[in-house]
Write a protein of this length. Structure first.
Lengths: 316, 269
């Protein structure tokens, strides 16, 4: 086992799992809570990556995270504005913003399609220096990534218990109720998408510093991957109470990265991974309906068999 | 508490589908008034509620709530001071949120708690929720962590009633809120309504198609027809009234007989 999954592979899968978990967390808010398929995720992720990388290159790796989150808020706001105030369908609003972001992202990187931070000071190099020779040395990447992600998860959980947070949850759960109570759905959707955008962008910014590069095509398929992670997590933690279930995006994202690591270990070409994640998402979302259809089919067969037996008896 | 002055609304004006839903409606409710409203389908009862709640703005006239003119206040701002129940028990609660979360939301939105939009419910408030749930007598106080989607229609409607009155609203609007429930459950929810409204001295308007209920509950009965309030009885006149008296009075004020099956049937029960 240890030769199949070396410590380095496990560590790497965990680190990536935690970094990408922020996107799954963002989709938890937009998709599970608000019931909106926000397709601006791909572009927003790269936006965070580009803004984060640029600010980190300027020598401010901590500020980079906040700058990226700010950019994510703006992106979420535009998506929300299009659908709540201008009547653009939510899916279309996401696609429009995603398309526009491509140009914005290139501009954010100084009109270049990629950036590298090999020489720059990053959160990870700083944190590794901080840990120095302590026994935790070597685990710095994991601790930092896990710390940021768990902090964001905890903050989101606290937020969802506040008046605004509960209003956002009700908006996605029962639109009729919200319309007839003192909640302005346009406002709650806007706040929800802004937070979701900031989390997506934060993930991009952390990733930029983690892998020390940023590429404009980095985000392709991100929404599918994050959705796969979220669904895996929610399936695995379906039994748990709300407190534990809040960890579903993190758990799902880590498990997803392990699946990917194993697939790579089995010499599956890297180009196939996107197809694998697409299939995971399609099957996971279709699962309840497939189960229903299978049960109905079984029921029909049983009825037909029973009729055949009876028919045989009655027949002369 | 509520004053409606010359309230009028016409839908699709100037077309073949023109519908004068409200015509010069005048109504004043004193604090603590509990008025029941009866009338055939299409008489304008629900439209009246929608106008009071701000689902649309009237063409003419004004709505005053507790001395404040709210005619053009948007629905979501006005509803903070209103409690509203609909016929559909699924409409008033969020099914995937727990009983406690639904109550928290209702409480925080109506109470304007300190801390603004980031306010949270405290342990003491949670205990209050538990006590108020226990007072419903439905055993819901032991299920506070369960999603509301698991409750029956009657339980959900009782919970909605509690949510609407957790912080005493200036006006409670009940739009046939027991019509979708079985007779036994409807009676339970109606008893709870009476109890909660009386205990908290809530000003209340209730639409019903059950004529005996319309005379039994509250202190005032209104009858609507073609977008007008055609009958308004209270006090001694109402105390001595029977269902057939009410139908007679309706005939006299509109010049025709009440011809709605549901009303007639419930009147003969």
């Amino acid at each position: 086992m240890s030769s199949f999954l070396t410590l380095a592979i496990v560590q790497n899968a965990l680190e990536l799992g935690f970094v990408y978990a922020l996107v799954a967390l963002a989709l938890y808010l937009s998709y599970s809570v608000l019931n909106i398929a926000d397709l601006s995720t791909d572009g927003c992720f790269v936006l965070g990556c580009a803004v984060g990388a640029t600010v980190a290159l300027a020598g401010h790796p901590v500020l980079a995270l906040f700058a990226a989150m700010g950019a994510g808020v703006v992106s979420g706001f535009v998506t929300a504005f299009l659908q709540t105030r201008l009547g653009v369908q939510s899916i279309l609003a996401g696609i429009i913003v995603n398309t526009g972001l491509y140009t914005v992202n290139i501009a954010a990187m100084g009109f270049s399609s990629n950036l590298n931070l090999f020489t720059a000071d990053t959160l990870f190099t700083r944190f590794a220096a901080l840990l120095g020779d302590t026994p935790l040395a070597g685990w710095d990447g994991l601790i930092l990534a896990a710390g940021i992600t768990l902090l964001a998860t905890g903050a989101l959980r606290l937020f969802l218990g506040t008046r605004l947070g509960l209003s956002i949850r009700a908006t996605g759960d029962n639109a009729d109720m919200v319309r007839s109570s003192s909640i302005n759905p346009a406002f709650t959707i806007t706040v929800g998408l802004c937070i979701s955008g900031s989390l997506t962008a934060l993930s991009g910014a952390v990733l930029a510093q983690y892998q020390k590069t940023c590429d404009v095509n980095l985000g392709t398929g991100m929404v599918t991957i994050a959705l796969a992670s979220l669904i895996i997590g929610e399936t695995l933690l379906g039994w748990a109470g709300p407190r534990v279930r809040m960890l579903a995006p993190v758990v799902g994202s880590v498990v997803y990265r392990f699946i990917m690591a194993i697939a790579l270990r089995l010499n599956l070409p890297a180009e196939c991974l996107k197809l694998v994640s697409a299939i995971i998402v399609a099957v996971a979302i279709a699962a309840p309906r497939l189960r229903q259809l299978a049960a109905l089919q079984k029921r029909k067969m049983a009825a037909r068999r029973a009729r055949a037996v009876k028919g045989g008896d009655a027949g002369c | 508490m509520l004053t409606l002055t010359n309230l009028s609304k016409t839908f699709n004006p100037g077309t073949v589908n023109e519908k004068k839903a409200l015509q010069q409606v005048n109504l004043h409710l004193a604090p603590g008034d509990f008025a029941t409203i009866v009338g055939s389908n299409g008489a304008g009862k629900s439209t009246l509620f929608a106008a009071i709640a701000g689902s649309f703005y009237p063409d003419e006239g004004s709505v005053e709530l507790d001395g404040q003119d709210v005619t053009f206040l948007p629905e979501h701002k006005r509803s903070r001071q209103l409690g509203r129940l609909f016929q559909d028990p699924l409409r008033g609660t969020a099914p995937h949120m727990t009983i406690e979360e639904n109550l928290s939301l209702a409480y925080l939105r109506a109470s304007r708690a300190k801390g603004g939009i980031l306010s949270r419910v405290t342990r003491a408030q949670r205990e209050l929720f538990r006590a108020r749930l226990a007072a419903l007598g439905l055993g819901l106080e032991d299920r506070m962590k369960q999603p509301v989607g698991l409750l029956s229609g009657g339980q959900r409607q009782a919970l909605t009633l509690l949510m609407a009155t957790l912080v005493t609203p200036k006006l409670l609007l009940l739009d046939e809120h027991t019509a979708a429930l079985d007779p036994g459950t409807a009676a339970v929810v109606l008893d709870l309504t009476e109890k909660i409204v009386a205990e908290n001295h809530i000003t209340c308007l209730m639409i019903t198609h059950n004529m005996p209920d319309a005379l039994r509950l509250g202190n005032r009965t209104l009858m609507m027809d073609s977008g007008r309030i055609v009958l308004d009885v209270q006090g001694e006149e109402r105390a001595g009234m029977t269902v057939s008296d009410l139908l007679d009075r309706f005939g006299r004020s509109t010049g025709r007989a009440m011809n709605n099956d549901r009303i007639l049937l419930s009147g003969l029960e």
